[in-house]
Design a protein around this ligand. Structure first.
Ligand code: GLN
Length: 550
C-alpha cells in the first residue's frame, strides 16, 4: 500500500519547503523506494503560467507541457520519479473541476460545499498518485499554516488519514526557530503557535523540521517536543546552509530524518548511498577555477525569476570543477549605460527567456556585444529570438527588424507568430508547451555537445524564427543547426565564426541535474572557462614579457 507524507509550513513563508520536500524524496529514493512528489498551491490562479515572475518566480514546465510551480524544479533536480500534470494542483484547478462537475449535474441537486466537495476533490488528486508502482507520495502544501486560503487543503489532508489509516500517513511540519539577537537565544514560541494552529484543525504533526540559524540545544529540542506534543527525536534541526542548497539532504540524514520516516511508516527500505552526492559537495567546496557569467534578463533583482537557469549554470560549474559567479544584470540598465560598462570582464553572457517589451533593446545590445567581442554567448527562447533580431539588423542590414511580439508592423518580422497560434485568444496554457523532439545537424556545436542526432527538450513559446528569412540568414553565416522533425521550426542557431555562440528556442535549463549537467550548459561554461584561462595566460604572459616597472 502506498504511504503518504504531507509537508506543511509554519511561521513564515520562504522557509524552503520545496527544497526540504525534494530532499526527503531524494533520501527515500536513495533507499530504494519509489517516490512521487506533488505540490498543492492555495492560490486561485489555475496555474502559474499567466502569473508575473515578480509574484511567482519562474514557471517550471514539465514534459507533458504543464506549467507549474518552481518547487517542481527542485523535485526534478533531486529525485527521479515522474512528474506530470497531476504533480501540481492549485485551488483554482480544484474549484474549476468541482464547478464543471456541478454544471454537468454530477452532484444531483445537492448544495455544493467546501466540505465535502472541495475536500473530496483535493483528496482525489492526492489519491491519484498512489498506485502499485509507488511506495511513497510526498504532498507539499503551499503557503503557511494559518492562511485562510490553505484551510481546505489542511482539512483534506486531515481527513486523508481517517480514510487510509493513521499508520499510512506522516505529517511533517517545517517551521522557524528564530534567533533573537537582543535576547541572545533561540525562540521556540512561534513554532509552538504554528503547531497549535495545526492541532486546532486536527492535525498532530509527527515530525517537526526546524529551520534555524544556530544549533538547537537539547534543552530547546525537549521544550519544542513537549509543547508541540512530539517525541524529541522527531524534532529535526535544519540549519541555514551558507555554502550550498545541496548540503540539505546530507544534513537531514545526519539529523536522522530518513531513519525516522522509514520507522514511522514501516517502509521496507534499503541502505542509503550518498557517495556521488558527497563527491559533488567535495567538488563544489574545492573548485579549481573561478569564472563569471552575466545573465542579462528582465528581472535581475528577483533571484527566483530564472531559478532553473542559475541552477543549470551551477551544475555545469560542478561538472568542470569551476565556481561560476553569476551577475544578474537587468537588460534595461544596458539601454541606459551601454554594454561596455556593464558587460566587460565577464567570461560568458547568457540571455534567458521572457515576455514583454521592456528591456528588449538591452538584451539585443548585450548579444551584439557578445557577438562582436567574441564572448561565449548562450541564448534561451526569447534570448534566441533576440539573437536573430540582432543578427538581422546588424549583419543582414534589415533595418528595424523585430519580432511581431514587440512590433506589429516591423518591415522585417524575423520572428513571428507560430501558425498554430494565430487563432488563439485565451492566454492560459495555450503556448507551444512541453517536450518536443529536435533534429541536430551532424558536426554542429549542438551535436558535439549532446552527442546525439535527436534530442527532446521542453518548450514554452508562441513566436518562432520566420522561415522566409532562413536563406538570407544562412547566406550571411548563421547556422541553423536544429529543427523540428517536420523541418518547419528552427530550434537552434549558431555562429561558426565565433568561439561559442549558440541559442535555442527551447528551455534546456529544465532538464539539468546537479549530478548530470545539461550538455549545452556544460558546453557554454566550458567555453567561458576556456576564455578565462586564455585571458589569464595572456595576462600572465604579458606580465612576464614586460617586467614590472622599477
Ligand atoms: N515571448 C517569446 C514567445 O512567446 C519567448 C518566450 C520565452 O522566452 N519563453 O515566443
Amino acid at each position: 500500500m502506498t504511504k503518504h507524507i504531507f509537508v506543511t509550513g509554519g511561521v513564515v513563508s520562504s522557509l524552503g519547503k520545496g527544497l526540504t520536500s525534494a530532499s526527503i524524496g531524494m533520501l527515500l529514493e536513495r533507499r530504494g523506494l519509489r517516490v512521487k512528489m506533488q505540490k498543492l498551491d492555495p492560490y486561485i490562479n489555475v496555474d502559474p503560467g499567466t502569473m508575473s515572475p515578480y509574484q511567482h518566480g519562474e514557471v517550471y514546465v514539465l514534459d507533458d507541457g504543464s506549467e507549474t510551480d518552481l518547487d517542481l524544479g527542485h523535485y526534478e533536480r533531486f529525485t527521479n520519479g515522474p512528474l506530470t500534470r497531476d504533480s501540481n494542483y492549485t485551488t483554482g484547478q480544484i474549484y474549476l473541476s468541482v464547478i464543471e462537475k456541478e454544471r454537468r449535474g454530477e452532484f444531483l441537486g445537492k448544495t455544493v460545499q467546501v466540505i465535502p466537495h472541495i475536500t473530496n476533490e483535493i483528496k482525489s488528486v492526492i489519491q491519484k498518485l498512489a498506485d502499485e508502482q509507488t511506495d511513497v507520495v510526498i504532498t507539499e502544501i503551499g503557503g503557511t499554516v494559518g492562511d485562510i486560503e490553505s484551510q481546505p487543503f489542511l482539512e483534506a489532508i486531515r481527513q486523508f488519514s481517517l480514510d487510509i489509516g493513521k499508520d499510512n500517513c506522516l505529517y511533517i511540519h517545517l517551521t522557524l526557530v528564530p534567533y533573537l539577537k537582543a535576547a541572545g537565544e533561540l525562540k521556540t514560541k512561534p513554532t509552538q503557535h504554528s503547531v497549535g494552529q495545526l492541532r486546532e484543525i486536527g492535525i498532530q504533526p509527527d515530525v517537526l523540521i526546524c529551520r534555524t540559524e544556530r544549533a538547537i540545544s537539547l534543552e530547546d529540542r525537549q521544550k519544542i517536543a513537549l509543547f508541540c506534543n512530539v517525541p524529541s527525536e522527531a524534532v529535526i534541526e535544519e540549519r541555514d546552509k551558507e555554502f550550498s542548497i545541496y548540503e540539505v539532504p546530507p544534513s537531514l540524514v545526519e539529523n536522522g530524518l530518513d531513519q525516522l520516516i522509514i520507522k514511522r511508516l514501516r517502509l521496507n527500505a534499503g541502505p542509503l548511498d550518498m557517495t556521488d552526492w558527497r563527491q559533488l559537495l567535495h567538488g563544489l567546496r574545492n573548485p579549481r577555477h573561478e569564472i563569471s557569467i552575466a545573465v542579462v534578463g528582465k528581472y535581475a533583482e528577483h533571484k527566483d525569476a530564472y531559478k532553473s537557469i542559475y541552477e543549470a549554470i551551477d551544475h555545469a560549474g560542478i561538472r568542470h570543477q569551476t565556481q561560476v559567479r553569476v551577475a544578474r544584470i537587468q537588460s534595461e540598465t544596458i539601454e541606459q549605460e551601454g554594454p561596455e560598462r556593464l558587460l566587460s570582464g565577464y567570461d560568458g553572457i547568457l540571455v534567458p527567456g521572457g515576455f514583454g517589451e521592456r528591456g528588449i533593446e538591452g538584451k539585443i545590445e548585450a548579444i551584439r556585444y557578445a557577438r562582436e567581442r567574441r564572448i561565449p554567448f548562450f541564448g534561451i527562447c526569447l534570448g534566441m529570438q533576440c539573437a536573430v533580431i540582432e543578427f538581422g539588423r546588424q549583419v543582414l542590414g534589415l533595418e528595424n527588424a523585430h519580432s511581431t511580439e514587440f512590433s506589429k508592423d516591423t518591415p522585417h518580422p524575423v520572428i513571428c507568430l507560430l501558425d498554430e497560434q494565430l487563432k488563439i485568444v485565451n492566454k492560459g496554457g495555450t503556448m507551444r508547451l512541453g517536450a518536443r523532439d529536435a533534429r541536430l545537424v551532424p558536426g554542429s556545436r549542438a551535436h558535439t555537445c549532446y552527442q546525439r542526432a535527436v534530442v527532446s527538450e521542453r518548450h514554452r513559446h508562441r513566436y518562432e524564427f520566420n522561415n522566409d528569412y532562413r536563406q538570407r540568414f544562412r547566406d550571411h553565416g548563421m547556422l541553423l543547426t536544429g529543427d523540428s522533425p517536420d523541418g518547419n521550426l528552427v530550434e537552434i542557431i549558431e555562429l561558426a565564426d565565433h568561439p561559442w555562440f549558440l541559442a535555442v528556442q527551447f528551455h534546456p535549463e529544465f532538464k539539468s541535474k546537479p549530478t548530470a549537467a545539461h550538455p549545452l550548459f556544460a558546453g557554454f561554461v566550458r567555453a567561458a572557462l576556456d576564455r578565462h584561462l586564455l585571458r589569464s595566460d595572456r595576462s600572465a604572459g604579458a606580465a612576464g614579457e614586460t617586467p614590472a616597472s622599477p
